[in-house]
Ligand binder design. Structure first.
Ligand code: PAF
Length: 281
């Protein structure tokens, strides 16, 4: 497994693979890889001939008061995860390699980015769509793998690929959780021991909402109120949102009539964590 840092090197390698008729899978990441990322890489390895993992902390998707500078980074550990999962190539570009000083082209989106994280992180999805488009153009994969934990991101990428006629299959992969339920996230590393314990309130709320839906509750208000009540019983938690939306359009819905996404964002101390479940009637 090789690690390359330039667009030219990735293009040369992928061109060679494509000449040989091989199918290429891409797993876009910001590094600090955990079991969730590993499951994406393993899925790509099992479905594609060659797997490229991009590791790039993308400044464009962080707001001015967010954690770009402190976002955890550990290339050596990431290389070990990629190797053990069977990846073939790591693309680890610098910010300068990805963005020319006079860079001024963006991929932006309405609708799907309006609710949930789009509300509290107004420039986030423009940054995600722009960098993912660039990665798609650089790597030209047949398939790309994204985690269901970032459910709105998955819906946004699916819509972008459809709207802009990108010839790439988007594969959504299940949330991977710690043994006690907390969804795996690179940001879990920000939590101290007390906060780590308090963070369990997210998965508890998700499991509560999910079981209410499974047991026949159809009202979004009843489900999200119960989840909100549970979260507010945890003194270290501060709710950003608890919302039920259509799974694909991310438009708010009051009742479960088709596939819905129930998503939450909660601050534990200063760390903002997200979690969700999808329910299909
Ligand atoms: O999900 C992430 O880690 C990032 O948003 C992504 C898709 C790699 C784009 O920077």
């Amino acid at each position: 497994m090789k690690t390359v840092t330039t667009i030219e090197e990735v293009r040369a390698q992928v061109k060679q693979w494509k000449k040989e008729g091989l199918c290429v899978g891409l797993v876009p990441t910001m590094g600090y890889l955990h079991e969730g990322h590993k499951s994406l890489i393993e899925r790509s390895v099992s479905e594609c001939d060659k797997t490229v993992v991009s590791i790039f902390v993308n400044p464009m998707q962080f707001g001015p008061n967010e954690d770009f500078a402190s976002y955890p980074r550990d290339l050596a550990a990431d290389q070990a995860v990629c190797a053990s999962a069977g990846a073939d190539l790591i693309f680890h570009p610098s910010v300068e390699e990805m963005y020319a000083p006079d860079f001024c082209s963006f991929v932006d989106m309405n609708g799907v980015t309006k609710e949930l994280c789009g509300k509290s992180r107004p420039i986030h999805f423009r940054g995600v769509c722009t960098v993912v488009s660039k990665l798609f153009h650089i790597v030209t994969p047949q398939k790309a793998y994204f985690g269901q934990k970032d459910a709105q991101q998955l819906a946004v990428i699916r819509r972008m690929v459809r709207d802009l006629n990108m010839d790439i299959e988007i594969v959504g992969c299940p949330i991977v959780r710690e043994a006690d339920g907390l969804a795996k996230s690179s940001r879990n590393t920000y939590l101290n021991a007390q906060e780590r314990q308090a963070a369990l309130v997210l998965s508890k709320a998700i499991f509560l909402g999910q079981s209410m839906a499974q047991n026949g509750e159809r009202s979004g208000k009843v489900i999200t109120d119960a989840m909100r009540k549970l979260i507010s019983e945890e003194p270290m938690a501060r709710i950003d949102y608890v919302q039920m939306v259509d799974r694909d359009s991310i438009e708010p819905v009051d009742f479960i009539e088709g596939p819905v996404l129930v998503a939450i964002a909660v601050y534990i101390g200063t760390t903002r964590l997200i979690d969700n479940f999808v329910f299909e009637k």
